[in-house]
Design a protein around this ligand. Structure first.
Ligand code: AMP
Length: 222
């Protein structure tokens, strides 16, 4: 099962992806997380990506596609994956098509005001990556992750100015993918201006309890 989660930043792709990982037993592949890991480790790739990310701009397609290609060629992706934050441009979608066939594209839709509210209140665990929202999903103890006790931080690009820029970049460069995948008959649009549990029920309703899932679970690891 190869799934793309499409939608503007802050629409809830990461939160939904983490639930789908548990439900379907396939990995989440987030290009944003991969870039952030590279920045943290100080790799050449991280150095290339950093300036673009801090401004809320897209990292160039060639860099992004080669990182994605390497990630999905790994063993844990052989039965499928959930793409979160990729593709973000038409050339990226075309490059992906050369690599593999996608089964479902879930388009999460949400008005800008809600997105800005969500992103400016988003906090991420610096240790395990769990996502919180100071208003809607607050941690039990301020500044501390419920799951692992890690410190909660605000991403540099979740600050007001970068958020506006990311939404603009989404509109110009990523939103044409909605029509692109619709024309291919792969797209399902879902109202994401609700709480994550409701969104998840609808997403799973669309993806189904496919046989492929049972296959993945019953197959011994090679
Ligand atoms: P995200 O965590 O998905 O919001 O991504 C954070 C930032 O990483 C984006 O604002 C871009 O700068 C960069 N990024 C993530 N995915 C991509 C992509 N598919 N293409 C280009 N840049 C990306």
């Amino acid at each position: 099962m190869k799934i793309i989660l499409l939608g503007a930043p802050g629409v809830g792709k990461g939160t939904i992806a983490k639930e789908l990982v548990i439900k379907y037993g396939i990995p989440q592949v987030s290009t944003g997380d991969l870039f952030r890991e590279n920045i943290q480790k100080g790799t050449d790739l991280g150095k290339k990506a950093k300036a673009y990310m801090e401004k809320g701009e897209l990292v160039p397609d060639d860099v992004t596609v080669s990182m994605l290609r390497e990630r999905i060629s790994r063993q844990d992706c052989r039965k499928g994956f959930i793409l979160d934050g990729f593709p973000r441009t038409i050339p990226q979608a075309e490059a992906l098509e050369e690599l593999t066939a996608i089964d479902n594209v879930i388009n999460l839709e949400c008005p800008d005001e809600i997105i800005v509210m969500r992103l400016s209140n988003r906090r991420t665990c610096s240790k395990c990556g769990a996502i919180y929202n100071l208003v809607t999903i607050p941690p039990k103890e301020p500044g501390k992750c419920d799951k692992c006790g890690g410190k909660l931080v605000q991403r540099e690009d979740d600050k007001e100015e970068a958020i506006r820029n990311r939404l603009e970049v989404y509109r110009k460069q990523t939103s044409p993918l909605v029509e692109y995948y619709d024309r291919k008959g792969l797209l399902v649009s879902i109202d994401a201006a609700r709480n994550p549990d409701e969104i998840l029920v609808e997403v799973v309703g669309e993806l189904g309890e496919s046989d492929a899932v049972e296959e993945i679970r019953s197959e011994p690891d090679q």
